[in-house]
Design a protein around this ligand. Structure first.
Ligand code: DX5
Ligand code: ZN
Length: 219
């Protein structure tokens, strides 16, 4: 039996006009982390929010803030997000010239460092730097928008990364993001995932449904 996965609701699917309330509601409903999607309209074809919103939400957050940066260049903004309250900062290897340096910088600033794999990105990207990584995030969609369909092709990558993590002997979180539903959540956990991001599947139905939506994802 797999251990209980960390559930990280993506606030991208929340009501942006009531973000503080939404954060409190989803935490009361059992969220383990808050997943915050930062998009720049350049690295991905959508624009969302910046460090000021992270800072505004921090006083409402009773769980870790899991910040997913989809911006390029990423390095100039790391400090602003950590100062704003990010506990975990995850970056795409394609968003800067020196992934190793970027991850070291995130840790130096005091946050946990994550690497995000686009559907086309190979696990080999981190083969020689497992010691620098606290979290691995596998995208099961192309980043940019919520509400897309889960790509089953990424399950084999989750399995491959699970093997790499086990071989490293390190306690690295293996998170999946995109199209996670109660059905696909099960497949991810069986493949070795330990954390699940979900926007649509958590926020659908409004606040009264959040607790049931989260427990459905836990299986
Ligand atoms: C997309 C984001 C995801 C997104 C997931 O680029 O990284 O976190 O919010 O949304 P759902 O769960 O609706 O696929
Ligand atoms: Zn995300």
């Amino acid at each position: 039996m797999s251990p209980r996965p960390i559930i990280a609701p993506s606030i991208l699917a929340a009501d942006f006009a009531r973000l503080g309330e939404e954060v409190r509601a989803v935490q009361a409903a059992g969220a383990d982390w808050l997943h915050i999607d930062v998009m720049d309209g350049h690295f991905v074809p959508n624009i969302t929010l910046g460090p000021d919103i992270v800072k505004a939400l921090k006083p409402h957050a009773t769980v870790p803030m899991d910040v997913h940066l989809m911006i390029a260049p990423v390095d100039p903004y790391l400090e602003a997000f950590v100062e704003a309250g990010a506990d975990i900062v995850s970056v795409h290897p394609e968003s800067g010239p020196h992934l190793n340096r970027t991850l070291k910088r995130i840790r130096q600033l005091g946050a946990r460092a994550g690497v995000v794999f686009n559907p086309s990105t190979s696990p080999s990207v981190i083969e020689w730097m497992m010691d620098e990584v606290d979290l691995i995030l596998v995208m099961s969609i192309n980043p940019g928008f919520g509400g897309q369909t889960f790509m089953h092709s990424q399950l084999a990558k989750i399995e491959a990364l699970r093997r790499m993590i086990d071989a490293s002997g390190r306690d690295i979180v293996l998170e999946v993001d995109g199209g996670v539903t109660p059905e696909t959540a099960r497949l991810c956990v069986d493949a070795g995932a330990t954390a699940l991001v979900a926007g649509t599947a958590v926020f659908r139905g409004g606040p009264e449904a959040y607790a049931a939506n989260i427990s459905a994802l836990r299986g």
